[in-house]
Design a protein around this ligand. Structure first.
Ligand SMILES: NS(=O)(=O)c1c(F)c(F)c(-n2cc(CC3CCCCC3)nn2)c(F)c1F
Ligand SMILES: [Zn+2]
Length: 261
């Protein structure tokens, strides 16, 4: 079905429940991470990120974000360990950002918002046949969340930000080969984890969230390049793609676990 949801006044997060009742479910994302209430879980093993044989295919503007897609290959980039019982295969990564640098992330930390948040979406290819099947299963997805704050330019991100002008309009796609997303992870892999959902419709409660504590630094110019993207198609009147983030949702008794003490 074509998107009839968005981030505007009438079709934004507060009205998503009309088309997607799960929006008012009990394991929705994002959430505000209250660090004093997180639980150190010594049983959490280190996260294993095996992105060596990556094969990115393209970058595209899907009308709600900009995403880099990966080939669905057996030996593709995977993550395992940490809270995960299986190996999860990277499908795509995308971003959420604001109109200005003081807001834009989806998760917040003690109420603090960041300029942007990168999501690396993985699916449980050990247990399910396809992404479509996994996206609706309670242990189907694992998403790595990385906060972006403004500071010095991020060398690795320039390959992405310099390609954004090629996917300005909704529905546009461009080649983007051999991008290794490992360069987008922070140096320190301390993380928080909790059971949640997609943060966009269909809002399936199928995500094990793994949010890194340490943000990566990107330049103000790189953030500006995200803000020249459009929600709109070539023929429509211009609507700049910004504030494409869902606000924090109730924890409903969920515990956020920390991988570090
Ligand atoms: N912000 S998030 O929570 O990291 C996040 C995700 F994890 C996603 F998986 C998606 N997602 C949506 C679809 C369409 C599918 C089309 C087939 C039916 C299911 C949805 N593909 N990937 C997504 F858009 C998103 F924003
Ligand atoms: Zn996302």
């Amino acid at each position: 079905a074509s998107h009839c949801w968005g981030y505007g006044e009438d079709d934004g997060p507060s009205s998503w429940h009309k088309g997607y009742p799960i929006a008012q479910g009990n394991r929705q994302s994002p959430v505000n991470i209250i660090t004093a209430e997180t639980m150190y879980d010594s049983s959490l093993s280190p996260l294993i990120v095996s992105y060596e044989n990556y094969s990115s295919i393209s970058i595209s503007n899907n009308g709600c974000s900009v995403a880099v897609e990966y080939a669905d290959a057996e030996q593709g980039p995977v993550i395992e360990g940490g809270p995960l019982g299986d190996a999860y295969r990277l499908k795509q990564f995308h971003f959420h950002w604001g109109h200005k640098d003081c807001q834009g992330s989806e998760h917040t930390v003690d109420g603090r918002t960041y300029a942007s948040e990168l999501h690396l979406v993985h699916w449980n290819a050990s247990k399910y046949q396809t992404f479509r099947e996994a996206v609706a299963a309670p242990d189907g997805l694992a998403v790595l969340g990385v906060f972006l704050e403004t500071g010095k330019e991020h060398q690795g991100l320039t390959k992405i930000t310099d390609a954004l002008s090629m996917v300005k309009f909704k529905g546009s796609t461009a080649d983007l080969k051999d991008f290794n997303p490992k360069c987008l992870l922070p140096r320190n892999l301390n993380y928080w984890t909790y059971p949640g959902s997609l943060t966009t419709p269909p809002l399936h409660e199928s995500v094990t969230w793994i949010v890194f504590e340490e943000p990566i630094e990107v330049s103000k110019r790189q953030m500006e390049q995200f803000r020249m993207l459009l929600f709109s198609e070539e023929k429509e009147d211009e609507k700049f793609m910004e504030n494409n983030f869902r606000p924090p949702q109730p924890l409903n008794g969920r515990k956020v676990c920390a991988s570090y003490n």
